[in-house]
Design a protein around this ligand. Structure first.
Ligand code: CP
Length: 307
């Protein structure tokens, strides 16, 4: 039963609940007109303490397409946060006005704190370098639609695996499906955090290896999940400059990949995928961005108990 739930971590959703959400997203894609008034009279609060294009606008578009309304802020300095209001007081106030809240925050754990004080469901839209569960829903819907399955896959995660919250949530989730394997491609400085390696991969006996070059992995992969080096999480610019162009996917590297491999990227991209790759039919990252809206429509409907 998803009604009233908070979605802070991917583990907040069981495999059955993930299936329910993905199946409803498929229904919405097939018959969008059926859902045009599903959220009439409901309000979504979008509380963005950090920049966003896809997550914020896809949530807003999702609610609009369901007939609901959206309130919120994309710049915390335009709210009473600038006067020093706490997350607890902010969410208690928002809960008087809205039926569901979406929160992005630079501090890890902030949406969890909000959920503790909230009478309405809180959705984590990305907390620092920690988790991004609705990006994972987007990724799952894209993988299921293009590959036809969520198991028996070899997934290459490439780039900033240390600060890249989308990768943390994706590994946590895909490691719950049968026989998935991971190849983790990163420089030493940007390796996957120890808690993911130990508590998720090693604890569940998931097959994985860590490599330093894309060439070592390309021909094995069913999915290549590219990520941006997260400039905003670095303590100094020098370290970022040194690492930012470690991996650049181009047409030459795509020649090493399987014919049916897919390339995902949560976006935004900076330099890590050359624009020439966009024309390759295996590049599905803009399709992925579109699926993000449909899966968020499904999530809103489930959390509000409408479907
Ligand atoms: N994928 C993602 O979270 O993108 P935004 O930062 O634009 O929301």
């Amino acid at each position: 039963m998803l009604k009233g739930k908070n979605v802070i971590d991917p583990m907040d959703l069981s495999l059955e609940e993930l299936d329910e959400i993905l199946n409803l997203a498929d229904e919405i894609i097939a018959e969008p007109n059926k859902f045009t008034h599903a959220c009439d009279g409901n309000v979504l609060a979008a509380l963005f303490y950090e920049p966003s294009t896809r997550t914020r606008l896809s949530f807003e578009a999702a609610m609009c397409r369901l007939g609901g309304k959206v309130i919120g802020f994309s710049e915390p300095n335009a709210s009473s946060v600038a006067k020093g209001e706490s997350i607890a007081d902010t969410i208690r106030t928002i809960a008087c006005y809205a039926d569901v809240a979406v929160m992005r925050h630079p501090k890890e754990g902030a949406p969890r704190v909000a959920a503790q004080y909230s009478d309405i469901p809180v959705i984590n839209a990305g907390d620092g370098g920690h988790q991004h569960p609705t990006q994972t829903l987007t990724d799952l819907l894209t993988i299921r639609a293009t590959m036809g399955r969520l198991d028996n896959l070899t997934i290459g995660c490439c780039g900033d695996l240390k600060f890249g919250r989308t990768v943390h949530s994706l590994i946590k989730t895909l490691s719950r499906y049968e026989n998935n394997k991971f190849i983790l491609i990163s420089p030493e400085e940007l390796e996957i955090p120890e808690y993911i390696r130990r508590e998720v991969l090693e604890k569940r006996n998931i097959e994985f290896k860590q490599v330093r070059t894309m060439e070592e992995a390309m021909d094995e992969l069913d999915i290549l999940y590219m990520t941006r080096v997260q400039r905003e999480r670095f303590f100094n610019e020098e370290d970022y400059i040194k690492l930012k162009d470690t991996y650049i996917l181009d047409n030459e590297k795509m020649k090493l990949a399987k014919k049916d491999m897919i390339v995902l990227h949560p976006l935004p991209r900076v330099n890590e995928i050359s624009y020439e790759v966009d024309n390759d039919q295996r590049a599905v990252y803009f399709k992925q961005a579109k699926y993000g809206m449909f899966v968020r429509m499904a999530l809103i409907l489930k959390l509000l108990g409408i479907y």
